[in-house]
Write a protein that binds this ligand. Sequence first.
Ligand code: FAD
Length: 394
Amino acid sequence: MPTDSHSYDLLVIGGGISGLGIAYEGARRGLDTVLLEKGTCCRATSDNSMRIIHGGLRYLQSLDIRRTLESLRAQSDLLLQYSSFVKPLACVMPLGRFGLKSRWPVWAGIQFYNQLASWVIPSTMRAARIIAADEVDRRIDVLKGQAPYGALVWHDAIVPQVREFALRLQSDAASYGAKILEGCEVLKIKRQGEAFEVSLRQAQGLTAMQARVLVDASGPWLGRIPVEPPFKRKRAPRGWTKAFNIILNKQVDEVYAIGVSGGRGRLFFTTPREKVSVIGTFHHAFHDNPDNLTVSEQEISEALCAYQQAMPRVKLSLSDVSAVEAGVLPIKRDRPDMPVMYGVEQIHDYDGQIEVLSTKYTTFQVQARRVIEKIVGYGKGADAVVCESTCTKT
Ligand SMILES: Cc1cc2nc3c(=O)[nH]c(=O)nc-3n(C[C@H](O)[C@H](O)[C@H](O)COP(=O)(O)OP(=O)(O)OC[C@H]3O[C@@H](n4cnc5c(N)ncnc54)[C@H](O)[C@@H]3O)c2cc1C
C-alpha cells in the first residue's frame, strides 16, 4: 500500500461540525493538519440537526452558571464571527402553573440570565422576558388559549444553511493551511511508537498517512475503526439514541421557535425553516450501525401523536410530513421516553489518540479549543504555540 511519507502534526477523522472545528483550530494554532472525511463534510449528524445554537438559558434550571456563560459566549462568538450563517432566532415557551417553569421561578431566572447575557452577548439581541396570556394569543395563533399563565420569550440562534456554513468552515481551515480531504475513509489506525499510521480508502485506491496526534471525531461511528494494538476505552458512551426531526410541508409559525413540554421530560421544538416548519426532537433507542439508520412510518406516526398532545392546535397527519432528518447521538443513560444526554462534550485522550463525542453544535468551537489545548499542552505541538502569534495565514 503506498504511504504518504509526510507526517502531519494532527490528523482529524470526520468532517462533521466537530472535526471541522478541530481542524480549523489546529491549523490556526500552526499545526500541520489534515482532515479525512469518508463522504462529504457535514452531511451526517451535523446536517440532520435542529441546528439551534442554545444560549444556555436551560442550564439555569440546574444553576449551572459556568455552562450558561459558556453557551452565551459561544453563541455570541458565532453570531459575530459567522453572521451570514448564524441567525438570531426568537423563541417562546408557555409557562406552567406550578414548578420550575411557572411564572415566578422563571421571572427570577431571567433577571439573572439577562444580567449574565448583558456581559457577553451583542446588545442587538433582545433580553428574555415574560409575556402575558393575551399577548401570546395575539402573536402566536397556534398557542391561542394554550398559555394561560403567559409565556417566556427569549432569543437563541440558528444555522439555517448548514451546508453553506460547512463550506465556509472548510475554506477558513484551508486558509490556515489545513488539508480537508473528502471521500477518504479511515479503515485502520496503527500506533507506531510516538506516532500513528492510518490506512485509508479513497477513489484512487488504498493509501496510508502518518501523524503525530490523531483526533477521532467520527461522531456515531466512534470506536468502529479497528486500532492496533487494541486498547480499552475508559469511558465509552453507555448507549446511543436515534434522534430525529420531522420536516412538515407547512408552516406552524413564521417567526417563533416554539418550545412545549411533551411530558415525561420531553421538550418539543417547532422551528421555522424558510416556508416550512421542523418539529422535534424525537428519540428512540439505537443499537445498530449508524450506516443502517432509518426511521419507520410507525415511529413517525408515534412522534406526530406525542407532538399533537403537546400542541393540540396543530393538526397533523402523515401527509403533512415532507422529510425526516435523523442522526445518532451518544447517551449517558437510557430512559423509556427521553434518554439522558451528555451535557458536555466528551474528550478522552489515549496517549495521543484523542476521541471526541459531541452532543451539540453550540460549543463546537469551545470543544475544538479544548482539544487543541490538550495537544499543545503535552508538547507534541509546542512549536505551534510559539507559531500562533507570529504565523500569518498561508
Ligand atoms: C435530530 C437532531 C437534532 C439536533 N438538534 C440540535 C440542536 O438543535 N442544537 C445543537 O446544538 N445540537 C443539536 N444536535 C446535536 C448535533 O447535531 C451533534 O452533536 C453534532 O452535529 C455532532 O457532530 P459531529 O461532527 O460530532 O458528528 P457528525 O456530524 O456525525 O460527523 C462525523 C463525521 O465522521 C465521518 N466519518 C465516520 N467514520 C469515518 C471514517 N472511518 N473515516 C472518515 N470519516 C468518517 C462521517 O461521515 C461524518 O461526516 C442534534 C442532533 C440530532 C441528530
